[in-house]
Design a protein around this ligand. Sequence first.
Ligand SMILES: [Zn+2]
Length: 372
Amino acid sequence: MKTDRIISTLVELCEIPSPSRCERYVADYILSRISELGLDAVEDNAGNDLNGDTGNIIVRVDGNGSPSLLLTAHMDTVMPVGGLPDRINVNITDGVVHTDRKSILGADDKAGIALALELLHHRVETSDDVCSLEIVFTVQEEIGARGAAYLDKDSISSEQGFVLDGDTPVGTVIVSAPHKLRYDLVISGAAAHAALEPEKGINAIKAMSEVVRELPCGKIDSNTVTNYGIVKGGNATNVIPDRVELIGELRGHDLEKVYHVRKQIDETSHRVLECSGASAEIIWTELYPGYSVSLDELCIQYFASACNKFDMQMDYVTTDGGGDANPLNGSGIICVPFGLGMKAIHTNQENIKLADLYDAFNLLLECVSIKS
Ligand SMILES: [Zn+2]
């Protein structure tokens, strides 16, 4: 690892804003770095098909024997309320990379990209024995792991891998994450003039408020959580509203429990409205599947032996969040998010310690090194 290079890679990447669907400039940066190394990359069609300006970028590097491993990092960042500046001001103070606090840093997941690019440099510049690698830089992770879900899994030969995207400490991997569903609940009533013919109206907002009072919300049990977060409806104070929409989500590690709460949500909306004249329609979308990776799997074994080598405290984490590892595991590629130590992600306080970045690189290199 060349520390100067990995620092400048991270800073240059973080300076380029890349909210979901607008990953082009970061992708071009990655493509030029890959071509400087004399490697080839392909870009899939996710940009067109997912209404963005960029597809997933895939790089393959042949190694020596050993099964090939998949490594991924996402190119997009969140789009904070108030947007992003044209250029993000990145500073380093006492070995910590941060911004001027006027925007996110985007170490989530530029740190993962910086690691992957440094690993490619290492592969090209040294004769170290490294396994075959398939590195995928994905798009649209922050809006539902859409790029990873879109990826043509048949084009990936690796059976296991690491998602270089973790706000957990270096030395951790996320071995379990929940299933996630979204629901769109629409309540229909009847419009009428609110002052002249109020008796002809059925107020959809009022009906919705009665449903919401009984709708499951919050932590259901230690494995299942649900929330509604968006409500839309109504046009004018003098019109009885005939349509209100509520958007919510449901997450859980145990699919049976998830489906039980889903049924409760369905039944509540229909039961409460039974004699009200209003009606409810719910559309459910399965956003991504959950996963639970066994500690016997090869990627975990590699990770554990790398932590041992560096005498690093190791931990297996369960999250209630989700990301690219969800659709990848769902399609049969066993992989775990790899802790990079980034902190306060999705906020203007986001930061990452250079020491954590170096440790993460060393661990990663050990994970992909050929075992004798
Ligand atoms: Zn991320």
